[in-house]
Design a protein around this ligand. Structure first.
Ligand SMILES: C[S@@+](CC[C@H](N)C(=O)[O-])C[C@H]1O[C@@H](n2cnc3c(N)ncnc32)[C@H](O)[C@@H]1O
Length: 277
């Protein structure tokens, strides 16, 4: 293996076969950048050297995985998007549910990192529903491929940086502040964390959700690492998984597929919020 595209493909194939991590359809530019860092840090001259390094130092897999899955996030990341969710999307969704006499609310946060995004949504739902919360059957399925991040998410403990965008009132109501910020049980109860690989051909929705039928899917700052073809596959999954009138919220850097233009109306182009027809 030298250091060309074929060599990267071989390395990615090895990683997939040996560890089941499937980065084969991620953007090559991103992979090259991130791999270059690992090669330098481990003193590997070529991808072949690095492949040998993975064999002799299996703990290197973990470091590689951490570098390839960037899991930075914070509560209410992109406050304008959350403002729209709070003022427009969630109230309309609740009203629609009331009109259709349906008390289930099913949400999917895809690529949830340490849980900041699904917990932010849970907080907004508790705020909006108030005393009516108990009349609803709410589940926010939160998925990621980073099992360490999922463990942290379940623990629900955060540093100052994670909560900078949380308004004081919400911080007081939904976090225990004891040096760290611990999310309260009332919020935790609404979120179901599990492993789900968006690139997987086998499963189209989080395993715990049993059947898909989501009212809202958030997938922000995840697909930017995927090739266009892979993004389109994932958008297809989302289209299939959303209820009629369900919403899809993408991140700043994500662009919707051409197919989506036929199946969705744009609610807010700046904040990448779309509604299924
Ligand atoms: C930058 S974080 C985004 C967190 C949150 N959605 C936000 O916008 O703040 C990207 C997350 O996507 C996850 N991810 C990367 N590839 C994935 C895949 N194939 N399936 C599911 N999650 C993936 C990473 O592990 C990481 O936690």
């Amino acid at each position: 293996m030298g250091n060309n595209c074929k060599d990267i493909k071989q390395l990615l194939q090895k990683i997939f076969e040996e560890r089941g991590f499937d980065f084969r359809q991620y953007k090559t530019s991103m992979l090259k950048r991130r791999l270059a860092r690992r090669l330098t840090t481990t003193g590997s001259g070529t991808y072949l050297d690095y492949a040998r390094r993975l064999d002799t130092n299996p703990e290197e897999y973990k470091k590689l995985f951490d570098d390839l899955t960037i899991n930075v996030s914070h509560f209410f990341r992109n406050p304008l998007t959350f403002e729209l969710l709070h003022k427009v999307v969630l109230p309309e969704m609740i009203e629609y549910k009331q009109r259709s006499m349906d008390n289930t609310i099913r949400i999917w946060s895809a690529g949830c990192a340490h849980g900041e995004e699904p917990y932010s949504i849970a907080i907004l739902l508790i705020e909006l529903l108030g005393k009516n919360l108990k009349n609803y059957n709410i589940t926010i399925y939160a998925t990621d491929i980073d099992t360490d991040a999922l463990e942290n998410a379940k623990n629900g403990k955060y540093s100052d940086d994670s909560v900078v965008e949380v308004k004081k009132g919400l911080l007081d109501r939904y976090f225990h502040c004891d040096g760290n910020y611990r999310i309260k049980e009332q919020v935790k109860e609404l979120v179901d964390f599990s492993y789900h690989d968006l690139t997987s051909e086998k499963s189209i929705a989080p395993i715990n959700s049993v059947f898909a039928n989501f009212d809202l899917i958030l997938c922000r700052n995840v697909l930017i690492y995927f090739s266009r073809a892979l993004q389109d596959k994932v958008f297809n999954k989302f289209t299939k998984n959303l209820n009629k009138n369900g919403y899809l919220v993408l991140g700043e850097a994500e662009t919707r597929s051409d197919d989506m233009k036929n199946n969705f109306v744009c609610v807010d182009s700046l904040n990448k919020i779309y509604q299924k027809r």
